[in-house]
Design a protein around this ligand. Structure first.
Ligand SMILES: Cc1cc2nc3c(=O)[nH]c(=O)nc-3n(C[C@H](O)[C@H](O)[C@H](O)COP(=O)(O)OP(=O)(O)OC[C@H]3O[C@@H](n4cnc5c(N)ncnc54)[C@H](O)[C@@H]3O)c2cc1C
Ligand code: FES
Ligand code: FES
Length: 1294
C-alpha cells in the first residue's frame, strides 16, 4: 500500500486503524482531534469552509504535489500516505501567524470569520501548488470559497499582495531551527501536538458497512473486482467527490480506492494524441492541457482548459478525476456533466479494461447506456486527438453563477472550415449539447443542415437555427430553466460559433456576439477619513478578532468541542406541506442502537409557543398539534448518541398524514384566498385621488422580488447543558434574552434557571433573531428529558428547509406625475409572503420607507401579508427597508421611461427638500408602549430629516464616477453592438434609522485592579458586523487608554440581562453608546478620585489600583433608557455599470461606485466592509438567489449548494470603489457617526437598474420599446428572455 496506512496532519503522523469506517470524512477526524479551525457549512463540497491542503502521492511519478481539497469530501481511509495541513498548521496566536493569515487579517478580510480558515487554506494551497502564481491565479483559486459577509474585495486584495518571498519568510519566522534552511512548512506543528496513535473513529457515516480496498496495481484491481459476486455492486473511487452531487449509493457493498495505481495517473503526449489516465484530476488536466496546447494540432486544448475552470471549484477539481465525472454521467443520465459533452465534441475516446486484462476503446457516444459496474469495466484512459488547422473547436457553458455551478446548458462545436471558400463546412460538423434531456447530445439534424454549406449564407444559418428548434426537446423540471430558454441558448451558441468562424464577414454590430464575456482582474478603491483626532475611535483598524479568525482559533458554538456523554438532537420533519397529522410513531426508531429519546409535543411542559417579545399576540408552536403547514416543519426531535445513529433512525419514525391538500407556495396562489386577519396599517399622506387628478401621466405596474436564503456560514446551533441550577445554553442567537424567555416559556420554568451565552456568530443576517428559538427550546426539552447535554446543529439541507428565508414580495402600484415631471401621487400595495404563520412580517415597515429620499405630496401605500405553506419567513438584512426603497426606485424608473426623461434627471427633480419630514411607522412604537402598560402614549407621527445630504452626494459621485462621459460612451457602445449591451444607473437613497424609543442593551465594564485592563460584556452579539471592534474603540477612547487594554467577552443573559436583539443596524450603535456611557461614568469617578490624591500624576494602572484599594467601584453597568438613542436619515448613492451578453443572459458588473454616508465613522474599515458585503449580498438577492419549490410536495428544492448559488469572488464588480462621505459628522448619531449595517445592501438595486437599461437597448434593437416588468432575481434565464431575441434576428450581416 503506497504510503502505508499512515498519514500526517500538520506534521504529526497518524495510523489508520481498524476502527476507521470507509465513509468517515477527513473533517470528522480533524474535529475528533480538536482541530476545529476547519469549519463545516455544507458538507457538500460547495462552500469551501472545510478546505485544507494535502500533499497527495502521485503513484506514476512518485512525487507529491500539495493542493487545496475539501476535507468534507475526502474519505479518511483514502488519506494513507497524505500529508495534510490544516489552518492550525500554519500559525496561531502563540507561535506567530503565517503571512497568509496575517495579511488577510490586516486587510480587513474577515467579518464573522467563519469562512476565513477556508480562504486561508485555499490561498495556501495555491502557494504550495504553484510557486509562481499570478494575480489571475489568486482570483481564480477563490472560486471554491463562499463568504457571505465581506463582499470578497478585501480578501482578493489581501491575497494578491502576498509574494513567494513572503511565504518563504513566513516559514522561516517559525521554523524550529532558524539557523538552517527553511523547511517550507514541514516542521511547523500545531500548538496542540499529539503523539502518533491509532485512529478510532466514533463517526458512523454513509457506506458504513462497505469493504474498503486499495489496490496498488491494475492486476490487483481486477482480481478484487473479479472476487465480488456478480449480484453485488461496488464503487471505484478516486476523489469520491461525485457522491456530494448524486447522493450516496447505499447498495454499494465494496469500495475500491484506485488512486494508488500508477497506470491510472499517467499523462502522455504523442504527435497525434494526448493521453490521460483515469485518475488524472481535472486540475491536473487543466495544467497539462495548457502546456500541451502549444503543440501543433492541440491548440484547442487551451480553450478546453479555460472552460474547465468553470467546472466545480478549485478544491473539488483538485480531487475529482475526469473518469469519475464521465462515469457518473454514464450511470446517472440526469447528471449535468460538462466534461462529457466537451469530450464528445473533441472526438475523445475512452479505453476500458476488464478483469481478464483485455481492453476496448470507445467513443463517448458508445459509452452512454453502458453499465460499467454491472459489466465489471474499469475506465483506464482518455485519448484526445490532434485537430487539423482548419478545424474550429468551441465549447460553451451557461450556468446560474459564473463559476462553480453546474450548467443550465452546455454546448460544443467542431467545424472543419474551408475559409477561402466562403467559410464552407467541410464534411459534417459536430454539434453537441448537454443538459437538454437524458438522451440528447448530438444535434444530428442540424449537423446535416450545415454539412458542406457556406456559413456566410444567411439562409443556411437560418435553416440551422430552425432545425435546432425542432430537434431540441428539453425536459422540464422546477430546478431547470424553461425549455424555451434552453432552445434559445442552443440556437444562440451555434450563432455565436458561426459569427466567430466568419469573423470580419459579419457586420460589425453583430460580430461582438461571437465572444463570451471575459472578466478581467478586479480592482478596488476605498476612501475614508482617517479621524486621527479621536483615535483609537474612528481609527481604520481591522476587526479585533481578525487574527484568531484567520488562524481558526476563534470559537463558535457549532464547533464547541463535544463532551463525554453528550447527545445529539436531529429534527424529525414533515414530508407533507399541507396535511393533517394522524400520528407520529417513533417506537421503531427508539429500538435502534444509539437512539436515546424522542421529544415531541407531549414533552412540552410549558406552552407550545416559542415567541415572547418577538411578535406578541401570535403564538408560534414549536411542534404542530393538528396539521403540518410546510414541508420540512419540525415534528419532534430524535435524540441520539452522536450524529450517526440519527441519520439511520430518522426514517424509522413513522408519520401518518390525512387530508393532504395541495400546498400554497407563492404570493399569486395565496392571493386566491382572502387576506389573513391582522394586516398592517397603511401609510397614508395627502390625497392620492387629488394627486392623480393633477397628473398628466399615470403609470400602473407590478414588480415581484423573490426570497433569499440568509446563508450564514455557521449553521443554526444550540447546545443545552443541564446544571444543578437549571440549564446553561450556548446558543447561536442574535437575541439571547428572547432565547432565554422562549426556553422558560416552553419548559414552564423560571427564566432565572436559564443562562444563555453567545460568544460570536458565524454570520446571521437576521436568521438568528428568533429562529434559533426552534432549536433552543427543542434542545432544552431534550436536555430536560434526558438530563444530558444536548446539541442541535442543523445540516445544510435542514437549515435551508426548516428555517424561513427573506420574505418574497409583490408590489403593485399606480403613480402619477405632472407635465413638469413632478411626482403627484403614489398608490401601492406591498404584499409579503410571511410563510405559514404571521410573525416576522416586514411589509408594515416597508410601506413607510417607500419615500426614501424623494418628495411626493400624496401617498396611499397598503402593506399586506399572505400566508403560504412554506417555512416562516423571517428578517433578513434590511427587511422592509430594502423592499420599500427598491419598489420606489422601480416606480421612478417606470415613470421616467413613460415620460421619456433620463432616470437620474427625473430623480433629481423629485428629491426631498431640506428639512423634510418622514412619517413614522407607529405600530412598533405603539406596541412597545402597550407592553410598558402605556397604550395611550403620544407617539410622534413623523421625524424631520434635518441634514439632507442627497443632492450634494449626487453631485459628488457624478464627478468621481465620471457619470456623464461614461453614459455617452455606453450610448455609442450600444448603438454599435447588437449582442452586447451596457447600462449605467445612478441609485439614490435615504435609509431611515429609527430606533424604537425603548430598546435597551445592557453592558458591563469591569476594570481589573492589578493592571488596569478592561473587560467588557455587552448585550449585543458579534456576528461579523464589527460590534466588538466598535465597542472596544469607543471604550478605549472614552477611558483614554490603549485599545489593547480592552477585551470583549461574549454576551450572557446574566451580565447583560434583557438586552434587545442585535438587528436592524441597531446593535453596534446602541451598545457602543452604552459602553461609552459606562466608561464615561467610570472615568469621571476615577478622575474625581485622582483629584483627592497627593500625587495625582499617576498612570492608569496605578490610578485604578489605588482607587480600588480606596473602596472605589471600578466596574460600571449601563443600560440605555427611553429615547436616549435617536434616529436620522442615512444617505447613499451608487453608480453601477454592467455589460450583458444578450445571447446568453450572462452579465458582468463592470464597475460600481458607492458614496455612503457613515457620518464620522466609528471604525472606517469595519464600515467599508459593511458597505461592500451588504452590496454583494444584495447583488446576490437581485440577480441569482431564489427559492424554488416542488409544486406538488411543497419541498424547497434549493436546499443544497448545488442548487442555491450566492455570489462568489468573481461575481463582484470588476472595479469596486467605495467612499465613506468625508467630513460629514452626524450631530444626531453616537460620536457623530451613522449606522452602516443594512443601508448599503439596498444600493445593489443599482445593478438591476443598470441591467434594465442594457435589456431595454436589446429590446429596442428588436423594435420593442417602452416599459417592461422586471421581477427579481434577474437570473441569466430571465435576463435573456427579457431581451426578446427572435431567432429571425440571428443574422450575420445587417
Ligand atoms: C461541489 C461540486 C461541484 C461540481 N461542479 C461540477 C460542474 O460544474 N460540472 C461538472 O461537470 N461536474 C461538476 N462536479 C462533478 C465533479 O466533476 C465530479 O464529482 C468529479 O469529477 C468526479 O471525480 P472523482 O474522482 O471524485 O470521482 P468519484 O467520486 O471517485 O467517482 C465517481 C463515480 O465514478 C466511478 N469511477 C471512478 N473512477 C472510475 C474508473 N476508473 N472506472 C470506472 N468507474 C469509475 C465510480 O465508481 C463512481 O461511481 C462537481 C462536484 C462537486 C462536488
Ligand atoms: S463544508 Fe466542505 S465544502 Fe462546505
Ligand atoms: S467573514 Fe466570510 S462568511 Fe463571514
Amino acid at each position: 500500500m503506497s504510503g502505508g496506512s499512515t498519514f500526517k496532519v500538520n506534521g504529526i503522523e497518524y495510523e489508520i486503524g481498524d476502527g476507521v469506517r470507509a465513509g468517515s470524512r477527513l473533517v470528522d477526524f480533524l474535529h475528533e482531534r480538536r482541530l476545529m479551525g476547519t469549519h463545516v457549512t455544507c458538507y457538500q463540497g460547495g462552500c469551501g469552509a472545510c478546505i485544507v491542503t494535502a500533499a497527495i502521492p502521485d503513484p506514476a511519478s512518485g512525487t507529491s504535489q500539495s493542493c487545496s481539497v475539501n476535507s468534507c469530501l475526502v474519505p479518511l481511509a483514502s488519506c494513507a500516505g497524505w500529508e495534510i495541513t490544516t489552518v492550525e498548521g500554519l500559525g496561531n496566536s502563540h507561535d506567530g501567524y503565517h503571512v497568509i493569515q496575517d495579511t488577510l487579517a490586516n486587510n480587513a478580510g474577515t467579518q464573522c470569520g467563519y469562512c476565513s480558515p477556508g480562504f486561508v487554506m485555499s490561498m495556501y494551497g495555491l502557494t504550495q501548488n504553484n510557486p509562481s502564481w499570478t494575480d489571475t491565479d489568486v482570483e481564480s483559486v477563490l472560486d471554491a470559497n463562499i463568504c457571505r459577509c465581506t463582499g470578497y474585495r478585501p480578501i482578493i486584495k489581501a491575497f494578491k499582495s502576498i509574494t513567494p518571498g513572503d511565504i518563504e519568510d513566513s516559514h522561516l519566522a517559525r521554523c524550529s531551527d532558524k539557523a538552517k534552511k527553511c523547511c517550507k512548512g514541514k516542521c511547523c506543528k500545531s500548538s496542540a501536538q499529539e503523539k502518533p496513535k491509532k485512529v478510532q473513529m466514533k463517526m458512523i457515516a454513509p457506506k458504513d458497512n462497505a469493504n474498503w480496498h486499495k489496490p496498488l496495481t491494475l492486476e490487483e484491481l481486477y482480481s478484487i473486482i473479479a472476487s465480488i459476486p456478480a449480484s453485488e455492486r461496488y464503487s471505484l473511487i478516486c476523489g469520491d467527490t461525485a457522491q456530494a452531487v448524486i447522493g450516496t449509493d447505499y447498495s454499494v457493498s465494496t469500495t475500491i480506492y484506485t488512486r494508488s495505481i500508477p497506470e491510472l495517473s499517467m499523462v502522455n503526449q504523442t504527435p497525434d494524441n494526448v493521453l490521460f489516465g483515469a485518475n488524472v484530476t481535472i486540475s491536473q488536466m487543466i495544467t497539462h492541457m495548457k502546456s500541451m496546447a502549444s503543440s501543433e494540432g492541440f491548440s484547442y486544448l487551451e480553450h478546453l482548459a479555460d472552460m474547465w475552470h468553470h467546472v466545480a471549484g478549485t478544491s473539488v477539481r483538485n480531487l475529482g478525476s475526469w473518469a469519475g465525472n464521465i462515469a457518473t454521467r454514464i450511470a446517472h443520465s440526469d447528471f449535468p456533466s460538462d466534461l462529457y459533452p466537451n469530450l464528445m465534441v473533441a472526438g475523445a475516446t475512452v479505453t476500458l479494461g476488464t478483469t481478464d486484462g483485455s481492453t476496448t476503446t470507445h467513443t463517448l457516444e458508445e459509452l452512454l447506456g453502458m453499465d460499467l459496474v454491472g459489466d465489471r469495466k474499469v475506465i483506464l484512459l482518455l485519448t484526445l486527438p490532434k485537430m487539423a488547422d482548419n478545424v474550429v473547436f468551441r465549447v460553451f457553458k451557461v450556468s446560474p453563477r459564473s463559476h462553480n455551478a453546474h450548467a443550465f446548458i452546455n454546448g460544443g462545436f467542431r467545424f472543419e472550415i474551408d475559409a477561402a471558400n466562403a467559410h464552407t463546412v467541410v464534411g459534417t460538423p459536430v454539434i453537441v449539447y448537454g443538459c437538454i434531456n437524458t438522451t440528447f447530445y448530438h444535434a444530428t439534424a442540424t449537423e446535416s443542415v450545415l454539412a458542406g454549406k457556406s456559413l456566410e449564407d444567411q439562409s443556411v444559418v437560418q435553416a440551422a437555427v430552425e432545425s435546432l428548434a425542432s430537434e431540441i426537446k428539453p425536459d422540464e423540471s422546477p430546478l431547470e430553466p424553461a425549455p424555451a430558454y434552453k432552445v434559445a441558448i442552443a440556437q444562440n451558441m451555434l450563432y455565436k460559433t458561426i459569427l466567430g468562424i466568419i469573423g470580419d464577414v459579419a457586420s460589425p454590430d453583430v460580430s461582438s456576439g461571437a465572444t463570451d464575456l471575459v472578466r478581467p482582474l478586479s480592482s478596488g478603491k476605498q476612501v475614508y477619513d482617517e479621524n486621527q483626532e479621536i483615535w483609537p475611535l474612528g481609527q481604520p483598524i481591522p476587526k479585533i478578532e481578525a487574527h484568531i479568525q484567520c488562524s481558526g482559533e476563534a470559537e463558535y458554538a457549532v464547533i464547541a468541542p463535544e463532551v463525554e456523554g453528550e447527545l445529539f438532537g436531529m429534527f424529525v420533519t414533515s414530508t407533507q406541506a399541507n396535511a393533517k397529522i394522524v400520528s407520529i410513531d417513533p417506537s421503531e426508531a427508539l429500538k435502534m442502537p444509539g437512539v436515546v429519546a424522542f421529544v415531541g409535543i407531549e414533552d412540552i411542559t410549558g406552552e407550545n409557543n416559542i415567541n415572547n417579545q418577538t411578535w406578541p399576540g401570535v403564538p408560534e408552536p414549536l411542534f404542530p398539534s393538528e396539521r403540518v403547514s410546510y414541508y420540512g416543519q419540525p415534528l419532534g426531535l430524535l435524540v441520539t448518541e452522536g450524529r450517526g445513529p440519527a441519520y439511520g433512525a430518522l426514517g424509522a419514525v413513522k408519520v401518518t398524514y390525512d387530508d393532504i391538500q395541495p400546498p400554497v407556495l407563492t404570493i399569486d396562489e395565496a392571493l386566491q384566498k382572502p387576506f389573513p386577519e391582522g394586516q398592517p396599517e397603511p401609510f397614508v399622506q395627502g390625497d392620492v385621488e387629488a394627486g392623480f387628478a393633477a397628473s398628466t401621466t399615470i403609470v400602473t405596474g407590478a414588480m415581484g422580488r423573490n426570497g433569499q436564503y440568509h446563508f450564514a456560514m455557521e449553521p443554526q446551533v444550540c447546545i443545552v447543558t443541564p446544571t444543578d441550577e437549571g440549564f446553561d445554553v450556548l446558543a447561536g442567537t442574535q437575541w439571547a434574552s428572547e432565547c432565554q424567555r422562549a426556553i422558560g416559556q416552553v419548559l414552564g420554568i423560571p427564566d432565572n434557571k436559564i443562562t444563555v451565552t453567545v460568544k460570536r456568530l458565524g454570520g446571521a443576517f437576521g436568521s438568528k433573531i428568533d429562529r434559533c428559538n426552534i432549536l433552543s427550546t427543542a434542545a432544552s426539552l431534550a436536555a430536560q428529558k434526558t438530563r444530558k447535554r444536548v446539541r442541535v446543529a442543523l445540516d445544510f439541507d435542514v437549515n435551508t428547509t426548516l428555517i424561513g428565508w427573506r420574505e418574497p414580495y409583490l408590489c403593485t402600484y399606480k403613480a402619477g406625475v405632472n407635465a413638469e415631471g413632478i411626482l403627484q401621487a403614489i398608490e401601492a400595495t406591498l404584499i409579503s409572503d410571511a410563510g405559514y404563520i404571521a410573525v416576522d412580517i416586514s411589509s408594515g415597515g416597508a410601506a413607510f420607507v417607500m419615500p426614501s429620499c424623494y418628495a411626493c405630496p400624496n401617498w396611499n401605500v397598503k402593506p399586506q401579508f399572505v400566508l403560504t405553506n412554506t417555512a416562516n419567513n423571517t428578517w433578513c438584512r434590511s427587511p422592509g427597508t430594502n423592499e420599500g426603497m427598491i419598489f420606489m426606485e422601480n416606480i421612478l424608473d417606470h415613470i421616467a421611461t413613460e415620460i421619456g426623461m433620463d432616470p437620474l434627471e427625473f430623480r433629481r427633480k423629485n428629491l426631498m427638500p431640506d428639512g423634510s419630514s418622514r412619517n413614522l411607522n407607529q405600530v412598533v412604537h405603539r406596541l412597545r408602549h402597550a407592553m410598558a402598560g402605556n397604550p395611550n402614549a403620544k407617539i410622534p407621527k413623523a421625524i424631520t430629516i434635518t441634514n439632507n445630504l442627497i443632492s450634494d452626494m449626487i453631485d459628488q459621485i457624478m464627478v468621481s464616477a465620471d457619470v456623464d462621459a461614461r453614459k455617452a460612451d455606453i450610448e455609442t457602445f450600444n448603438q454599435n453592438n447588437k449582442w452586447k449591451k451596457r447600462g449605467l444607473a445612478v441609485m439614490t437613497q435615504m435609509w431611515p434609522y429609527a430606533p424604537p424609543s425603548v430598546y435597551p442593551f445592557s453592558c458591563m465594564v469591569s476594570i481589573n485592579c492589578r493592571d488596569g485592563t478592561v473587560l467588557i460584556s455587552h448585550g449585543g452579539v458579534e456576528s461579523g458586523q464589527g460590534i466588538n471592534t466598535k465597542v472596544a474603540q469607543s471604550a478605549a477612547y472614552e477611558l483614554g487608554i490603549p485599545l489593547d487594554m480592552i477585551a470583549i467577552k461574549g454576551s450572557t443573559t446574566h451580565t447583560n440581562a434583557n438586552s434587545q436583539c442585535t438587528g436592524g443596524s441597531l446593535g453596534s450603535d446602541i451598545t457602543s453608546y452604552c459602553v461609552s456611557t459606562a466608561c464615561r461614568h467610570l472615568k469621571e469617578r476615577l478622575e474625581a478620585f485622582r483629584q483627592t490624591l497627593e500625587k495625582p500624576d499617576i498612570d492608569w494602572p496605578e490610578l485604578v489600583s489605588q482607587a480600588y484599594f480606596s473602596g472605589i467601584d471600578i466596574s460600571e453597568r449601563y443600560v440605555n433608557t427611553a429615547g436616549e438613542v435617536t434616529g436620522y436619515g442615512v444617505f447613499g448613492v451608487a453608480v453601477t455599470e454592467v455589460e450583458l451578453d444578450v445571447l446568453t443572459g450572462q452579465f458582468l458588473v463592470l464597475r460600481t461606485d458607492i458614496l455612503e454616508d457613515a457620518g464620522r465613522s466609528l471604525s472606517p474599515l469595519v464600515d467599508i466592509g459593511q458597505v461592500e458585503g451588504g452590496f454583494i449580498m444584495g447583488q446576490g438577492m437581485f440577480t441569482m438567489e431564489e427559492p424554488i419549490y416542488d409544486p406538488v410536495s411543497g419541498q424547497r428544492l434549493t436546499n443544497s449548494t448545488w442548487t442555491y448559488k450566492p455570489p462568489l469572488a468573481q461575481d463582484i464588480p470588476i472595479d469596486f470603489r467605495v467612499t465613506l462621505l468625508q467630513d460629514s459628522p452626524n450631530p444626531l448619531g453616537f460620536q457623530l457617526s451613522k449606522v452602516t449595517g443594512e443601508p448599503p445592501l439596498v444600493l445593489a438595486f443599482s445593478v438591476v437598474m443598470a441591467l434594465r437599461q442594457a435589456v431595454a437597448s436589446a429590446r429596442a434593437d428588436g423594435g420593442t420599446t417602452g416599459w417592461f416588468q422586471m421581477d427579481t432575481p434577474l437570473t441569466v434565464e430571465k435576463l435573456q428572455r427579457l431581451c426578446l431575441v427572435d431567432p429571425a434576428r440571428l443574422v450575420i450581416t445587417t
